[in-house]
Design a protein around this ligand. Structure first.
Ligand code: ADP
Ligand code: MG
Ligand code: MG
Length: 211
């Protein structure tokens, strides 16, 4: 069985949609504290549209799944998170080799390309209290696990743990990007909504790959 194929990609995105829908209230509560309170609704709307695209499409290549999902998020989500996550998914899809499946090293490279896309579009550095603070550690953990010979379930679980740790570590930080940065030091003491949703997305990958 290939590690990363169309079935895995679609299962991950469906699980991601379930996760952001189930935890939309949490994301909204976090965004109400330091933003405008729409992060849960933004991601629920975006990923619901992604699932509709998955339902109505056949995909020749695993990369196409991510490219289509990314384009859907960009077109359906008005907030900052839509273009950021959409660009990440598009970059992941474009970085994967053409064809029905890819291996774990390919996925590690693709996840890194997604992080690079977020950094390039949003200009956030580690410690700026953004998506990058969960996504960065998650990719590093995934790469380390793959380099050490881990299989996908173990690599995904490690990435999800690192994303969760990274999200929690945003709490004391002062936001330097996005709406929360308008609050200056008053943004400290609250966990970043986008870092939290990044954790949900990696946890969804861990859940669908768990043995
Ligand atoms: P908006 O702020 O436009 O309402 P959302 O509420 O959907 O958009 O998303 C807010 C989240 O987006 C923040 O919690 C933060 O993690 C993330 N974010 C905002 N700006 C950036 C950026 N420049 N780089 C990375 N992530 C960012
Ligand atoms: Mg918001
Ligand atoms: Mg908004």
């Amino acid at each position: 069985m290939p590690d990363v194929d169309v079935a895995l990609a679609t299962a991950w995105l469906r699980a991601a949609a379930d996760a952001v829908t189930a935890d939309a209230d949490l994301l909204t509560r976090l965004d109400s504290a330091i933003g405008d309170g729409d992060h849960g609704a933004n991601l629920r709307r975006g990923f619901t549209a992604v699932v509709a695209v998955l339902d109505g499409s056949e995909f020749a290549g695993v990369g196409d799944v991510f490219v289509r999902a990314g384009a859907t998020l960009i077109s359906k989500v008005g907030g900052a998170s839509g273009p950021l996550y959409g660009s990440a998914l598009r970059a992941i899809g474009k970085a994967l080799p053409p064809g029905e499946s890819a291996d774990l090293a390919d996925l590690a490279r693709a996840l890194r390309a997604g992080l690079d896309a977020v950094s390039k579009l949003g200009g956030a550095a580690p410690g700026d209290k953004t998506i990058v603070d969960a996504y960065g550690p998650a990719v590093a953990a995934f790469e380390d696990a793959v380099a050490g010979g881990a299989a996908l379930p173990e690599a995904a679980a490690g990435a999800a743990r690192a994303a969760g740790d990274g999200a929690r570590a945003t709490t004391p930080l002062t936001a330097r990007k996005g709406r929360a940065s308008y609050l200056g030091e008053r943004s400290a003491g609250h966990q970043d909504p986008g870092a939290t949703s990044t954790w949900l997305l990696f946890q969804a990958l861990a859940d669908v790959t768990a043995p």
